[in-house]
Structures are given as C-alpha cells and as structure tokens.
Write a protein that binds this ligand. Structure first.
Ligand SMILES: *Cc1c(COP(=O)(O)O)cnc(C)c1O
Length: 421
C-alpha cells in the first residue's frame, strides 16, 4: 500500500474509513483539555461509552428485584453466559458451544491445564515460548510441580536464534519433532506480549497433534486483534482476557475455548463447580457431577454480572463494526505506523515481524539510545504508548478507536524529538 507522511494524507484515509465513526463510541483519554493518542489497547482497551448503561441496567435490576433478578431481570442472571457466547465465539472463530465467558484469564489457564495436561512417565513435557508473559510462566511452572515434576526438566522453552528477536515457525516445528516422544502439550501465546509476534497456530497445532501432543493457546493479545479460526485450526483449548483488545474493563472477565471433540466428553478430568453442572438439574442440589455440554461444562461459579455486562456491551460494538472489517483496517493502520517508523530506523528497531500474518496491531520498538527519555517525551506530546522493561516501547493502533491521524501524530512527535536528540 502507498503511504505518505503527511497530515492531509492521514486525514484523507480517516475520511475514507467506514469504521472511523466507532471512535465516538469510546471515551478517549483527555489531558490538558486534549485527547491523547492512546496506543495501549494491547494493555487496557478504552472504555466503551455503552459500558455505563450496561452496568446501570444490572444495578437497577438488583435494586428493584433482588434475587428475582436471576429470572426476572432484563438479562436474567441465571443464563448470563448464554448472552455472550455467540458473539465471543465469532471473534475467535469457534462454535458457540465451544466458548464460555467466565472467571479471569490465569484461573482459566489453570482449569484448562487440569483437563489437557495429563503427563505420564514418558510424555510429560510442556512447550512454551521463552519470555512468555509472567503469569503463563508461573502457571506452567506450578502445573509441572503439581504433577510432582521438576519444571527445569518438564518445560521446554522455545528461543529465537542468536541475534534474532522472534521465533521462526520452522524452528518451533523442529523442536516439536525433536521432542516427539516426550511432548505432552504445546502451550503458547497467540501473540507474544513483548515482541508482538503472532504465531502460526494452525501449523503449530497440526505439528503437536502429529506427535500425539495437545495444543493450547493464551490469546490475551490475540483475541479481538487477530483473525482466528480456533475450530477449524483444531486447537484443543484456548483462553483469553477481555480487558485488552476486547475493551471490557480492568480485571474484566475471561474467555475459554474448548474444541467440541473435547467439550462433549464428560469423562475428561476437570475441576468442577455447580455452574458447570447440567443446567436443567443444577438446582436439584444432587450429588454426582454431570457437566453441561461444551465449554460451559467448565464453569465453576454463578456469573459475575458486572464485568460480564461490560463485556456484553463491548462485544456488541465488535458485532456492529464486523470483526473482519476491523482486522482489515488494522493491517492498514499498523502498516502505516510501520511506514512512519521506517523514517527513524537510524534510531529505532521494530522487532515485530513485518509480515502482516505474523503480527496483530502491535509494533514493539527497541530504542537504540535512551528509550525511557523518548517515552517520556512522547507522553509530553499527548501520545501514550507503553513501556516494557528492559528497552521496548509498544505501540498498538487499535482499529476501533485509533485513527490514521493518531499514527501521523506519532511521526510528528518523533521528528521533533530527533531534531535535538
Ligand atoms: C495480560 C496477560 C495475562 C494477565 O492475566 P490475568 O489473569 O488476566 O491477570 C496473562 N497472560 C498473558 C499472555 C497476558 O498477556
């Protein structure tokens, strides 16, 4: 695509963008009476304006109906997860029965590992990317210990080649093959939080299955960002949070995908709670767990209505915009940011792959000198990227609320900074 580093060019792209109107559906962060260029959607998505009404509705039903809200509320709490599954499933490329919204991300990751990591004496290894998000490292480490294994031995970390920042698919496949007799599960991010690299989940899943291992993904940075086809890719399970690209509020609820070939297997080992029990019999309060069909059979507790209400409102915006439209815009918007950053390559190295199939909207930038100083300068110019130790600035132009002009403003600030630095 042809780009220009000019305000008029960026504004023209915004005028032609059929999704531009969705920016108005969000509260943009204001500082000194000016809207910030918010590039942290990878960390915490902006607040949809509809979130407040969604919460107010549930507060109202609670105030007016008390416990009767479970059945008589506008959105009866008893069935709340059903209101979310269809739209959430669409975002991850799943069938509605394969998805459930519940709990928080790390809790769900553990629940999935309980079911899908069943180590034996010979097949017990977990493969993950090196420098995964810390919660995932700790989860895998303690899962290994839970089964009496030594994490040093049980966990295989995939490392980039010397001098490279990201993983090559061929190297991941070679590692799977090299561990074909001992590998129990591949559990990786869909997009690495630090480098912004999106992994080829279909190819990795196929390779894991070929050697008799499971494949699960943490989609924290992928859900609402990448085009996903979890069902068709034959992924065994996946988990994600909803507060990053899915704009559902700090600490918000989480999503789980369980492929239908597992979801309908009542014998699969799991840690259960009453909300996963067959809905028709749940209130008979009887002994003997009988799971709901599909991912819903992993629910533990009655629904957390307030975070789910925000998620419901947020999913509605994705539905209106059309997820595929968002992905298409995202690729152009991020390519525009890449083009702008190219102009500063003497100072900045983008470590995120340039192949649009190997990334979402995030670009991770290593600043060759004084990264923190540049970061502070950008903030002073009303631009809000995020900083990750030791030396990376992450910028994520999000198609729902970022504009081409936002991206242009980044270049404008960089030009000013590098005049004197
Ligand atoms: C954001 C993120 C988390 C956070 O986990 P919570 O349980 O929501 O606190 C975990 N893993 C990855 C890969 C993340 O990006």
């Amino acid at each position: 695509m042809y780009f220009e580093n000019k305000l008029s060019f960026a504004q023209q792209l915004d005028q032609q963008d059929p999704l531009a109107r969705f920016r108005d559906d969000f509260h943009l962060i204001q500082k000194d009476g000016q809207a910030m260029v918010y590039l942290c959607g990878n960390s915490l998505g902006l607040q949809p304006k509809s979130a407040k009404d969604a919460i107010d509705q549930e507060l109202k039903d609670w105030a007016e109906l008390g416990v009767e809200g479970h059945f008589d509320g506008k959105n009866p709490w008893m069935y709340y997860h059903h209101f979310l599954t269809e739209k959430a499933a669409h975002i991850v490329g799943a069938r509605p029965s394969e998805v459930v919204i519940m709990n928080n991300l790390t809790a769900n990751l553990h629940l999935m590992m309980v079911s899908f990591y069943r180590p034996t004496a010979t097949r017990y290894k977990i493969m993950m990317e090196v420098s995964a998000f810390p919660s995932d490292m700790y989860a895998m480490e303690t899962q290994a210990r839970f089964h009496g294994l030594n994490p040093e031995d049980a966990i295989i970390e995939l490392k980039p080649r010397e001098g490279e920042y990201t993983l090559r698919t061929e190297d991941i496949l070679a590692q799977i093959e090299a561990n074909k007799d001992s590998l129990a599960i591949v559990m990786m991010g869909g997009v690495n939080y630090y480098t912004g690299q999106a992994f080829d989940m279909k190819t990795i899943t196929d390779a894991a299955h070929k050697v008799g291992a499971m494949a699960g993904f943490d989609l924290a940075h992928a859900a609402g960002n990448l085009y996903l086809q979890l069902h068709d890719w034959d992924v065994d399970f996946a988990v994600w949070c909803t507060y990053k690209y899915l704009n559902s509020g700090p600490g918000g609820t989480s999503g789980v995908f369980v492929h239908e070939r597992h979801g309908n297997n009542p014998d699969l080992v799991r840690f259960a709670g009453w909300w996963g029990h067959d809905e028709k019999e749940r209130f008979l309060m009887k002994k003997g767990f009988k799971p709901m069909e599909g991912a819903a059979g992993w629910q533990l507790s009655n629904a957390q209505i307030f975070p789910m209400a925000i998620h419901k409102a947020s999913l509605e915006i994705f539905y209106q915009a059309g997820f595929i439209n968002l992905v298409n815009k995202s690729q152009i918007l991020t390519s525009y940011l890449e083009f702008i950053l190219e102009g500063f390559k003497e100072h900045l190295t983008v470590i995120t792959p340039s192949d649009p199939r190997a990334r979402g909207c995030q670009l991770s930038i290593i600043v060759k000198k004084d990264g923190r100083k540049l970061f502070d300068f950008l903030q002073s110019k009303h631009i809000l990227p995020d900083w990750r130790e030791p030396d990376v600035i992450r910028m994520s132009p999000v198609p729902l609320y970022n504009s081409f002009e936002d991206v242009y403003r980044v270049g404008e600030a960089l030009t000013e900074y590098y005049k004197t630095n």
